[in-house]
Design a protein around this ligand. Structure first.
Ligand code: AP5
Ligand code: MG
Length: 220
């Protein structure tokens, strides 16, 4: 089983992907995480991507498509795509790649959440710069204030969460370019709508219910 998880910034795509990876034994492919790693390593791709992501804008399609194609053509397991595709051009490109590698997307998970909730979640998100674990000072705080539970590294804010104007730009970019894809996936018949305004555990439960136990999945 292969999945796409979509939703606005802060909807919980990364958080729910971690759960889906554990529960359904999938490989997590997050384009946001991939780009942040490239930016941290100051690679050519990272330097190109940084100027876009810092402004809350999307990285150009051709760049993003290349990155995803190079990962998907090497992949040997089932996967979850987090944050890709985000534009109609990316949807078309993905369909071509999937055909080539003889894979299909079983479900598109759409996390629906209010604008107020996502703004609050992004303003209170902290991440570990070393192991990349995500926390939230309200809903999932670390055991010791401001320190990562795994390696005790001081937690930081993502640069694109650092002010409200950036968050608003990200939400606008999402509304313009990605929200329209929901109707496309709905028409295709594999869209699963999840109420992501609820707490993390309730979202997990909804996911288990809509996905069920696909054939060949040895979940716990
Ligand atoms: P990306 O990293 O994907 O950012 P995003 O889409 O803005 O989404 P986030 O990662 O901010 O949110 P999330 O939904 O994963 O939420 P999370 O689980 O962390 O992309 C970053 C940038 O890269 C883009 O802006 C763009 O520039 C570029 N990019 C990436 N992909 C691209 C593409 N395909 N094309 C072009 N450009 C691309 O949760 C958020 C917080 O809420 C956390 O603190 C969490 O603990 C908390 N939380 C989660 N669930 C709940 C809950 N149910 N209740 C309460 N709190 C919760
Ligand atoms: Mg994320």
């Amino acid at each position: 089983m292969n999945l796409i998880i979509m939703g606005p910034p802060g909807a919980g795509k990364g958080t729910q992907s971690e759960f889906l990876v554990r529960h359904y034994h999938l490989l997590h492919l997050s384009t946001g995480d991939l780009l942040r790693a490239e930016i941290q390593q100051k690679t050519e791709l990272g330097l190109k991507a940084q100027s876009y992501s810092d402004q809350g804008k999307y990285v150009p399609d051709d760049l993003m498509n290349q990155v995803v194609a190079s990962k998907l053509t090497k992949i040997k397991t089932n996967f979850i795509l987090d944050g890709y595709p985000r534009t109609s051009d990316q949807v078309k490109f993905l369909e071509t790649v999937l055909k080539k590698i003889k894979q299909k997307i079983d479900f598109v998970i759409y996390l629906e959440v209010s604008k107020e909730a996502v703004i609050k979640r992004l303003q209170t998100r902290l991440i570990c710069p070393v192991c990349k674990t995500t926390y939230n000072t309200i809903s999932s705080p670390p055991k010791v204030d401001n320190l990562c539970d795994n390696d005790q590294t001081p937690l930081i804010q993502r640069t694109d969460d650092s002010d409200q104007a950036k968050i608003i730009t990200r939400l606008k970019t999402y509304q313009q370019s990605t929200q329209p894809l929901v109707a496309y996936f709905k028409k295709q018949g594999n869209l699963k709508l999840i109420d992501a305004n609820q707490d993390q555990a309730s979202v997990h439960e909804q996911l288990k219910k809509v996905i069920g136990t696909p054939k060949g999945t040895n979940n716990d």
